[in-house]
Every structure is written in structure tokens, then in C-alpha cells.
Design a binder for this molecule. Structure first.
Ligand SMILES: Nc1ncnc2c1ncn2[C@@H]1O[C@H](COP(=O)(O)OP(=O)(O)OP(=O)(O)O)[C@@H](O)[C@H]1O
Ligand SMILES: [Mg+2]
Length: 231
């Protein structure tokens, strides 16, 4: 669907445990069914690792031969442009949602196999309203026809409604939880908000696990992915 191209430079240090865990997440995701295509990634708080998990997961899905689109729907705080060192001027989601540009103008092909990307675009004062209007739903509808997976990176769900609004229009959600940083109460609150949006919770990722404490011979972080209990 893309007519423009960007080169993404990932300066993340190699981490075999992280990569293995992302592959496990990818494998588990495949069991959620062919109709589960549009998937929101969110968390309770800022900085738990949503954007990173979303991107690395998208890369792994692409490697498997599936077409994947990653959407940065964090209009309040875009991370991908800076993190992946994009120098050129790009159009993004906020411009499409506000009717300034067409859908084709915000989709970029990348130097990663089968991976296309939509950046968040310039800051807009009313992201929730923009996501609620028809254009976001139409974007998901149109892209579902083309991609095997659409991963949507969103802001934290507890303090802002953006993630729940996006989830309402998607097939599934993955909750990223930073190890030892999230209270049970807040994790349950996030889960409730997702459930209320009518979105299927596919599971949770326990991120930034201290592997030393876990008695592994490693100082690296890893992830665990499991089906969340439907309480
Ligand atoms: N598994 C990990 N181990 C160690 N650090 C990590 C891990 N995952 C992410 N980080 C670091 O944590 C920080 C936050 O990551 P990221 O931007 O992906 O989080 P986020 O949840 O998207 O944040 P925000 O809420 O601000 O959008 C980054 O500096 C990133 O490098
Ligand atoms: Mg983020």
C-alpha cells in the first residue's frame, strides 16, 4: 500500500534473550486466529516498553513472511521518528485523521522485510477525538484487506482514553506490564478498560524482567507472554 519509503536504523544492542522472547510472543500470537489482525499494544503507565515490543514484534512477524503494518497511534508522544533516526520529512496519522492527507500518503515501506509503518505525525491537541472519528476505523478496515497483521502502538491506558478508543475498533489487545512496577490494582484496571472497549485481550507481556533475580545466568531482560486470566 505504501508509495513512499523510509530507512529505519535500529541502534538497540543485540539481546538474544529479548529476541527469543519476542519470537515466542510472535508464535503465541499466531494462535489467536486469522481474524485477529488488528492488535493494540498498551500498558498501565508510561515507559513500560510498548513501543519497543510493538516494533520488535512487527519485525519478527515480517521475517516470517507475513505482511505487517505498524501504526504509531501515540499522537501525544511519537517515538519512532527519533528512535529509528528518520531524517526525511514524513506525513503521519494525525494528519490523516484530521483530513489533511490521504491514507496512501502516510504509509511507508521500510528496509525491514514485509514491514510497513505509519508514524504518529505532528502533535495534535485532541488525539482521543481524532481517533474516535470515522477515519481511524476506515484506516483499520482498509489495511485489514492488505496486511496479515496491524500492530497499533498506543499511550498508557490508565491515564488516557486513546488506547481504549483504538482498541474498540481493533480485534485484540496485548497488555505490556513492566516487571515489579505495576500494582495488581492498576493491572486489573487496565484489563477492565480493555474489556469494556469490547476488545479481546490476547495476553500480557511481562517486560523488563530482572533475569538475575530469576536465577538465570544472564543480566538481560526478557519477556513472558501468557494468556490473561478472564476473571
Ligand atoms: N526489555 C527491556 N529492557 C530494558 N529496557 C527496556 C526494555 N524494553 C524497553 N526498554 C527501555 O525502556 C524505555 C521505554 O521503552 P518504550 O519507549 O518502548 O516504552 P513505552 O511504553 O512505549 O513508553 P511511552 O509510554 O513513553 O510510550 C526505553 O528507553 C527502552 O529502551
Ligand atoms: Mg511508546
Amino acid at each position: 500500500m505504501a508509495i513512499q519509503r523510509v530507512i529505519l536504523t535500529d541502534s538497540r544492542k543485540e539481546d538474544v534473550f529479548y529476541e527469543e522472547a519476542i519470537k515466542t510472543l510472535r508464535t503465541n500470537m499466531q494462535f489467536s486466529g486469522v481474524e485477529t489482525k488488528s492488535i493494540v499494544l498498551t500498558s498501565c503507565y508510561p515507559n513500560e516498553g510498548k513501543s519497543d515490543v510493538a516494533f520488535q514484534l512487527a519485525v519478527e512477524i515480517g521475517k516470517m513472511g507475513k505482511r505487517v503494518l505498524i501504526i504509531d497511534a501515540d499522537i501525544r508522544k511519537s517515538s519512532y521518528i527519533k528512535r529509528y533516526q528518520i531524517k526525511q520529512k514524513t506525513n503521519g496519522l494525525s494528519q490523516y485523521l484530521s483530513g489533511q492527507v490521504a491514507l496512501e500518503e502516510i504509509i511507508y515501506s521500510t528496509n525491514y522485510r514485509n514491514l510497513e509503518i505509519i508514524f504518529s505525525g505532528p502533535y495534535a491537541p485532541n488525539p482521543s477525538e481524532l481517533l474516535e472519528q470515522g477515519r481511524f476505523g476506515r484506516l483499520i478496515e482498509e489495511t485489514r484487506k492488505v496486511y496479515d497483521y496491524i500492530l497499533i502502538d498506543t499511550p498508557p491506558i490508565i491515564s488516557m482514553s486513546d488506547a481504549a478508543i483504538a482498541a474498540k475498533q481493533c480485534d485484540g489487545a496485548i497488555l505490556v506490564i513492566e516487571s515489579e512496577a505495576v500494582s495488581r490494582r492498576d493491572a486489573m484496571k487496565a484489563k477492565e478498560q480493555l474489556t469494556k472497549s469490547g476488545c479481546k485481550i490476547l495476553g500480557a507481556v511481562l517486560n523488563k524482567v530482572d533475569m538475575k533475580k530469576e536465577k538465570y545466568y544472564s543480566k538481560y531482560n526478557s519477556y513472558y507472554y501468557g494468556k490473561s486470566k478472564q476473571e
